[in-house]
Design a protein around this ligand. Structure first.
Ligand SMILES: [Zn+2]
Length: 474
């Protein structure tokens, strides 16, 4: 029997606001525990929430970027559950009336996007195990999140990976989330079930939690799909439950039976009015949205005649795409810019472990790269010498003009000067000249090499070729 996996993803993305969702405490990561707290985010009785407008605007941007319909009215609800790092005993979230619905990432539907506040963090520390204490840090309590729930349209771990990559890229392009899975600013749970191929109704699903990298998402899904198939094949039944991904043993383990929505006793938060999104807010969000990865990739192919592959790499982050466009516009040579970036520049960035999302501290700036490419174009330096210039730019951060001048790298295109070198080499290699003239035309490369050696690689290759052919022909 062949089986089909049915997968839906629920992703939490932390919005890049400076302050929390319902109070003015800072959202800075890495501060001393409990530094960024107040009566509101500590859940003191009687403290009242005040909504952060910027968070709403970012959530609307994300919703539009994921092709969702933004609801004019949505509602804050209390999601009740007990957890030590949730002092109120409930989380302010959205339930039956979410911010946005009916979106799409590629061919996968986005069922809904809702806003909610994050909980605090429990830290279990101490050694040995019997001497462990649990510490509570409320810096994260009240930090704004959006939860993006996909439709169960995903059929394999590769598709899940693709969906996540696109989601992360779009959120980064929109500047609403930094997409850092390791720091927890993008978190992903997966709902997984299997069914015999061709069957309509869904199998019982499990929810996988605790997956903190793209690679683990793929591994966790692969493991879980196979586990469920094994259960079904051996005559058992899959139980609806929450399972944790254990990245050390590379398996999922049962954590608890899955809660149903009614377990949370959702009800509208009486402290908060309906969230209304007016036309003005949507327009403001639209105006502040940058061009998204997919249209930008298509435009790069169209406007700069790049291959699909090159356009994909060069739009992988907004910073890289901006770098490309700034350079290409400054030198007017898109193809060369793409070649230099795809090869030498990306290699350099990788060697330096530069963050491709933020290239602002790159020692090579678009203006300098454009200048170097322009010097190749106008014949000042050869493509080969440009490699030397480029390496020097990487090492020193100096401008190409200064490097070319200091190191005397200007290309020799003067025919008279090259002819003198050619004549000298021919005089010193009379036997080779004779061989060439008797038909060994392959020796041309030898002569080109000699001329290049004599000129320190600075002779214009085209001119060298032309002169050599003429002279050697006799
Ligand atoms: Zn606070």
């Amino acid at each position: 029997m062949k089986y089909e996996a049915v997968i839906g993803l629920e992703c939490h993305a932390q919005l890049l606001t400076n302050s929390k969702l319902f109070c003015s405490c800072s959202t800075r990561f890495g501060d001393a525990p409990n530094l960024n707290t107040c009566p509101v985010c500590l859940g003191m009785p009687g403290a009242l929430p005040v909504l952060n407008r910027v968070a709403v605007l970012m959530a609307v941007k994300a919703a539009l970027g994921l092709n969702c319909r933004v609801n004019r009215e949505s509602q804050w609800s209390r999601k009740n559950y007990f957890y030590p790092d949730l002092p109120k005993g409930y989380q302010i979230s959205q339930y039956d009336r979410p911010l946005a619905e009916h979106g799409r990432i590629g061919r996968v539907g986005v069922q809904r996007i809702h806003m909610e506040e994050d909980a605090g963090k429990s830290l279990h520390e101490g050694f040995p195990e019997s001497n462990k204490y649990t510490f509570l840090d409320f810096n994260r309590s009240g930090v704004p999140l959006i939860e993006i729930v996909s439709d169960p349209d995903i059929r394999s771990s590769e598709e899940a990976h693709d969906y996540l990559s696109r989601l992360k890229q779009i959120l980064e392009y929109l500047d609403v989330c930094d997409g850092n899975m390791e720091e927890g600013s993008l978190r992903c749970d997966a709902n997984v079930s299997v069914r015999p191929e061709g069957r309509k109704e869904l199998g019982t699903r499990t929810e996988l939690k605790n997956i903190n990298s793209f690679r683990f998402v793929q591994k966790a899904i692969d493991f879980e799909v196979q586990r469920q198939i094994d259960v079904v094949e051996s005559g058992g039944r899959v139980i609806q439950e929450t399972r944790l991904w254990n990245s050390v043993d590379e398996r999922t383990v049962s954590m608890r039976s899955k809660e149903e929505a009614h377990d949370y006793r959702y009800f509208p938060d009486p402290d908060l009015p309906l969230l209304t999104i007016d036309e003005e807010t949507i327009l403001t969000a639209q105006r502040s949205m940058s061009e998204l990865p997919e249209p930008r990739r298509a435009r790069f192919v169209q406007e700069y005649a790049l291959s699909e592959y090159d356009a994909g790499v060069l739009t992988s982050t907004r910073a890289l795409a901006d770098f490309f466009e700034e350079t290409a516009r400054a030198c007017g040579q898109a193809k060369s810019t793409a070649n230099w970036m795809m090869g030498d520049l990306l290699r350099f960035f990788k060697e330096r472990s530069m963050d491709m999302k933020d290239l602002s501290d790159s020692p090579i700036r678009p203006k300098a790269l454009a200048e170097m490419i322009a010097r190749i174009g106008d014949g000042t330096i050869s493509g080969k010498i440009a490699k030397t210039v480029f390496d020097e730019m990487c090492a020193t951060g100096k401008a190409p003009a200064a490097i070319i001048k200091e190191k005397g790298l200007v290309q020799i295109s003067d025919a008279g000067e090259i002819e003198r070198v050619v004549d000298e080499i021919m005089a010193n290699n009379a036997p080779s000249v004779a061989q060439y003239r008797s038909g060994k035309s392959g020796l041309l490369g030898f002569f080109v090499g000699q001329v290049m050696k004599a000129t320190g690689g600075r002779a214009n290759p085209q001119t060298v070729n032309d002169i050599l052919r003429k002279r050697l022909a006799g």
